[in-house]
Design a protein around this ligand. Structure first.
Ligand code: SF4
Length: 97
């Protein structure tokens, strides 16, 4: 199952630095980001999304096993949908504000 496309309507957001983290009753880790949203309960950490992004929106942060791909610079995105298409787990959803 892909990232829930209704998360901006039906899930609750809390702020983490410059990102929102979205959660509902069904998730564990939640969705990080809004325009370039990454579902941490579905992603597998293969970094395919990082490699395709032409404007370096995505990067990896955190130590060792806790390393996570974050859309740290999502406001710099050009909405090319490259990362969404590259993700084998359908864990990314890109949408314009
Ligand atoms: S949609 Fe394109 S520009 Fe935006 S984060 Fe994904 S790969 Fe980068």
């Amino acid at each position: 199952m892909a990232l829930d496309p209704t998360f901006q309507t039906n899930w609750v957001a809390t702020a983490l630095l410059n990102l929102n983290i979205w959660k509902d009753h069904s998730c564990n880790l939640g969705i990080y980001g809004t325009d370039a949203a990454l579902d941490f309960d579905r992603r597998i950490g293969d970094a395919a999304c990082i490699e395709v992004c032409p404007v370096y929106v995505l990067d990896v942060q955190g130590p060792a096993a806790g390393r996570k791909t974050l859309s740290s610079r999502e406001r710099d995105g050009i909405y090319c949908l490259g990362c969404q298409a590259a993700c084998p787990k359908f864990a990314i959803r890109v949408s314009k504000p």
